[in-house]
Design a protein around this ligand. Structure first.
Ligand SMILES: [Zn+2]
Ligand SMILES: [Zn+2]
Length: 342
């Protein structure tokens, strides 16, 4: 029971981390009782007003401010809550809850996480607020508001369609950022955290963040999305992103969703397990972690190397890595490697 309440708290806070929650405002302003002009009133010089009006972004400063207030409340709310509940209260018993129980992020790296996590949050909130102001002011999009506007079949079908398409695109985007040029220049920042915590969820390079957000926003302009479906899906994606980075061992709630160790392994072993909400993509494309392969930052194949392709020294380091993990099949993973080393 306690676990479900904890999940609910994280879920609610998780929804607020993305600026897209302001689509809720769009819904209310579409409601006949709401007054769009009120929402769109801008306090500023006539020049400012005409600039925003020219771009059909009336009310943008207010929306951006709210997106940041809620975004940071969520970011520090969840990060702080997980820190307190696990990292502080249960610090003495890491083997009960931690993915890498004997390793802790250094205070410097944690500050680095929070700094970059915050910078990216401000940037994504800016674009979310622009988009939301555009939608609120009646700008063109494929967001719709009446449940049956595109029929009930589409209302139910769009949940898996948007979720799957978006996740698959994000999978390939992630693999692109593991190509040496993109990795070294941009994605390496996110991989500074071999032992991630919840604060690293948005600690990504601004260039990479533009790619990510474009993919997340794409459905708004390409697929008829009911606002509630879109908001819920994005809320869920953020919610799981936070859990995936928390460093805390959690089972998945859904059969398609990998456990949190899946993405924690991505941080520990670098070029492996690229999916987020489905491990299916990694299964199909052969990028899921295998016990007979070795993965590390200098191995760029995205599918690791076979045990025969690496030196004995690397194998020993690999064994130490495996021994530092906390998972049900740990003995299987380490015994397999020991038998090869013997
Ligand atoms: Zn990565
Ligand atoms: Zn990550």
């Amino acid at each position: 029971m306690k676990r479900y309440i904890a999940s609910l708290v994280v879920f609610i806070l998780g929804c607020t981390i993305s600026g897209e929650w302001v689509f809720l405002l769009a819904y209310w302003t579409k409601n006949p009782v709401a007054n769009i002009n009120d929402m769109g009133s801008v306090h500023g010089s006539p020049d400012e007003r005409s600039f925003l009006e020219r771009w059909n972004l009336q009310g943008f400063p207010k929306i951006w401010l709210m997106a940041n207030l809620f975004g940071f409340f969520g970011y520090f709310g969840i990060g702080g809550w997980l820190q307190w509940y696990f990292y502080f209260r249960r610090r003495e018993t890491p083997s009960e809850w931690k993915c890498q129980p004997n390793r802790w992020i250094t205070p410097e790296l944690e500050r680095h996480e929070i700094k970059w996590g915050s910078i990216t949050l401000v940037i994504t909130n800016f674009f979310s607020a622009v988009l939301s102001a555009h939608v609120i002011n009646g700008g063109w999009s494929m967001i719709y508001y009446q449940l049956d506007e595109y029929g009930w079949t589409w209302f139910f079908l769009q949940w898996p369609v948007i979720f799957l398409l978006q996740d698959y695109a994000i999978y390939w985007n992630h693999r692109l950022f593991h190509v040496p040029f993109f990795y070294k220049n941009f994605h390496k920042l996110h991989h500074s955290y071999k032992v991630p915590t919840a604060y690293s969820v948005t600690a990504i390079h601004p260039v990479e963040c533009v790619f990510f957000q474009t993919l997340y926003v794409l459905p708004v302009f390409t697929i008829p999305c009911h606002w509630a479906v879109y908001c819920t899906l994005l809320g869920y994606i953020y919610y799981h992103g936070i859990l995936d980075h928390s460093g805390i061992r959690m089972k998945s709630m859904w059969p398609w969703q990998p456990e949190t160790t899946f993405h924690d392994n991505h941080h520990q072993y670098f070029h492996v397990n690229f999916g987020f909400n489905f491990y299916l993509w990694d299964v199909i494309h052969g990028t899921m972690r295998r016990k007979d392969r070795v993965y590390r930052e200098e191995i760029w194949s995205q599918k690791g190397l076979s045990l025969a392709e690496v030196s004995e020294e690397v194998l020993k380091e690999e064994l130490a890595e495996r021994e530092s993990e906390n998972r049900a099949d740990k003995a299987e993973l380490t015994d397999f490697l020991k038998s090869k080393l013997a």
